[in-house]
Design a protein around this ligand. Sequence first.
Ligand code: PLP
Length: 306
Amino acid sequence: MVDRVLVSLDGAVRDADAPLLYADDIGVLRGDGIFETVLVRAGNACAIEFHLGRLRRSAQALDLPEPELGRWREAVERAAKEWGADREGVMRLVLTRGRDSELSGVAEKVTSGDLAAAVPVPTAYVLVLPVPDRVQKARTEGVSVVTLSRGISIDLAQAAPWQLLGAKTLSYASNMAALRFAARMGADDVIFTSTENRVLEGPRSSVVIARDKQLITPPAKNGVLPGVTQRALFIEAEKAGWECVYKSLFTADLLTCDSVWMLSSVSLAARVNSLDGLRMSAPDNAQEIIDLVDRGIERAGAIGDW
Ligand code: PLP
């Protein structure tokens, strides 16, 4: 059984244990690139059109060349097929600006009129790895969470678009640092808050709260990444009679609602079972929400939905 699959954008299945990147790849040197993380289930890349839609938007935000979605689709299908249908996998779509040495030559190429050669060839590949052990536990038992300040205002995304808050860039070092900080406090995960005490998101998940028959998540304009899983849940939940709302949430709302959920493409629905040390018991409708997320990501398809 393969435990790593690597496919480059030309559709070639590569040796996943052989080197692929150049040492001067700008994705490595500066984290200057974008990615998507996609769940592979039953041999399919779940909600792939949503992910490709966000890849396109992230590329626009970083002024990267427009991704050729047809080629990405083929590479994704190839990688999912190689991975097989007998267990889940974590698929990453990675797109960087390419090699620094190619970028350095841009000025001369533009002056000499060689415009086609003026843009470095982006580095692009699809990688599938096994689902980490923590995921099953998060799905079945939920996660303990601490709130941590991100030190930013909810106005930052609009005031400073160059901060790329709505794009899924490769610069995740501070998100990973927050998770290590939480682990030292004995917690599994983090909910970032703004300087106004508003709820933002997790380092690798969207936050959704359930209250009566309402699901609420902070809007993207507050500086959070628009989540594929959250979007898929909202589409499915609306069909099932839930009212789904994008609204700013105060951290106090996390304690007064029925349940808090960390949603992400790999862990899917992880219920917050303790927040800053306070136990949060499971509501009667917890399984309903888990099922809505499951159905949501399996049915999410049309580009228009995103
Ligand atoms: N917010 C951040 C910062 C993330 O990294 C992620 C997922 O990786 C999400 C939200 C959830 O997005 P999705 O449901 O598309 O995985």
